[in-house]
Design a protein around this ligand. Structure first.
Ligand code: GLN
Length: 492
């Protein structure tokens, strides 16, 4: 169920609010209605309607007094990996059963400080481990998109699948996501929405449930490039509570949207032409290159020679960090406790019941690669390869100002597909993972439909701290692609 109000973009809604043609309460109520009518998507783990309406009323009161924040009255959804004060925070896992954090993450605190309204907490792969949202302890999320004329459930991508589905189905005007290996960009691509992973250190990780701390980054998801830029302006910035957050000024990212691209050099990495890549992905990539050429860019072929080592490297480093981060879930401090006969039994029973299969797989892999005797062969080696991958990008950026690639090697797949083959699932991140290993900013923009009518995304990768060029290039792709399709059920 969409309405005129839920179809607004975030920037469109801000204009209407500022012209007093619309109140925050009306806007919020329209989104709460849409959420209630779309429960079969399972996009939310927790809806917070009372809190949303109270925040919307407070926003209207502020506006009446002339004290508006940059996002005042904008209803947003929050990935359930961000701690929200006194609101259930699950990370998609049973092990955090009943956990109501006594504090608010920096990113969400900044959103509320800017006047935004919290609609609820979105579903995700357990501890953000996945590319399909099938690993959530709260059940899979359904992509609002289906193949035309079919009703078969497709995945929304992962791990920020609930946020992506909520944005695509017009249940919110924007959402937060986190991206460790592609979890903002791949679900954005699968749902025809825009998602940006900022430079590592641009947004504070404080209060975000940790998966792999050297890779995790929070970022915005919305329906337009401009809307993502507006969200990033609010959530970015130095935070003394996160030692990896960068003490750099936050540019007005939205000013880069619509900027001329004349003379910009766009790199096309040769190694991203992977074996078995479907023709339609190749065609989309070519179309993107042609649009940027028309916008005044020079297209240059570049080489990122260590690309093929990125997935294996990621699947050593991410599980290693995860096994260490997840050691804190022992039944003593938060969430679930399954009592055993001894302390050790209690640990084992709690973790045995509290974690799902994918999380256990990663804890086992991570513990193995960090164990004495294997540490040098796996973990240290992976760290060295990670450096090579980052160096590839540094060298690539000597020849170009931004890089254009597909976001994912396929469109959304069927719910349940690839579940018995973790490696096939991991391959879906082939174009997104290298970016996290190098700490770079990258965005996914909807660029067209697949042969069977599903959204496909293009990825723009930038130099560290150069989100502005990423936004400028993404905006050019967005306007050339003119992707205005709605999920099929929402057309009416
Ligand atoms: N799909 C990747 C994984 O499972 C990335 C997840 C993420 O970015 N959080 O690790």
């Amino acid at each position: 169920m969409t309405s005129e109000l839920t179809r607004l973009t975030l920037s469109g809604a801000l204009e209407r609010l500022s012209r007093r043609e619309l109140s925050a309460v009306e806007l919020t109520a329209a989104h709460l209605d849409a959420m209630a009518a779309a429960r079969e998507l399972n996009a939310f783990i927790t809806e917070t309607p009372d809190c949303a309406l109270a925040m919307a009323e407070a926003s209207d009161a502020r506006r009446a007094r002339g004290e508006v924040g940059p996002l005042d009255g904008i209803p947003l959804a929050v990935k359930d990996l961000f701690c929200t004060s006194d609101v259930l925070t699950t990370a998609g896992s049973r092990i955090l059963d009943g956990f109501r954090p006594p504090y608010e993450s920096t990113v969400t605190a900044r959103l509320w400080q800017a006047g935004a309204v919290c609609l609820g907490k979105t579903n995700l792969d357990e501890f953000a481990m996945g590319s399909s949202n099938m690993t959530s302890a709260f059940g899979p999320v359904r992509n609002p998109w289906t193949r035309p004329g079919e009703n078969e459930a497709l995945v929304p991508g992962g791990s920020s699948g609930g946020s992506a589905a909520a944005v695509a189905a017009r249940l919110c005007l924007g959402a937060t996501g986190t991206d460790t290996g592609g979890s903002i960009r791949q679900p954005a691509a699968f749902t025809g929405t825009v998602g940006l992973k900022p430079t590592y250190g641009r947004c504070s990780r404080w209060g975000i449930v940790a998966f792999a701390s050297s890779l995790d980054q929070a970022g915005p998801m919305a329906r337009t490039v401009r809307d993502c830029a507006l969200l990033l302006e609010v959530i970015a910035g130095y935070d003394p509570k996160d030692s990896t957050s960068a003490d750099l000024p936050v540019p007005r990212f939205s000013a880069a949207v619509g900027r001329s691209l004349a003379g910009l050099r766009i790199g096309v990495p040769r190694e991203y032409r992977v074996d078995g890549m479907p023709d339609e992905i190749e065609r989309l990539w070519q179309a993107g290159a042609a649009w940027l050429r028309d916008a005044g860019c020079e297209l240059v072929e570049i080489s990122l020679p260590h690309t093929r080592y990125a997935l294996p490297t990621y699947y050593i480093i991410a599980p290693a960090e995860a096994s260490s981060n997840l050691a804190r879930y022992d039944g003593m401090r938060y969430g679930l406790r399954v009592q055993g006969d001894s302390l050790t039994d209690t640990y084992m029973a709690t973790r045995g019941e509290g974690f799902g299969a994918e999380v256990k797989r990663r804890v086992l892999i991570g513990t193995y690669v960090l164990s004495a005797g294997y540490y040098d062969a796996y973990y240290l080696k992976a760290q060295r390869v990670r450096r090579r991958i980052a160096d590839d990008f540094t060298q690539g950026f000597e020849h170009c100002d931004a890089i254009l690639t597909p976001t994912a090697p396929s469109a959304a797949f069927r719910a349940g597909e690839k579940m018995d083959d973790p490696v096939a699932m991991y391959l879906n991140d082939v174009f997104t993972v290298p970016v996290n290993l190098a700490g770079l900013p990258a965005i996914s923009v909807p660029a067209g439909l697949s042969d069977d009518g599903l959204p496909l995304g293009l990825q723009v990768i930038g130099r560290p701290w150069d989100e502005e060029t990423v936004f400028a290039v993404a905006a050019a792709l967005e306007s050339a692609a003119a992707f205005d399709h709605l999920p099929y059920g929402l057309e009416a």
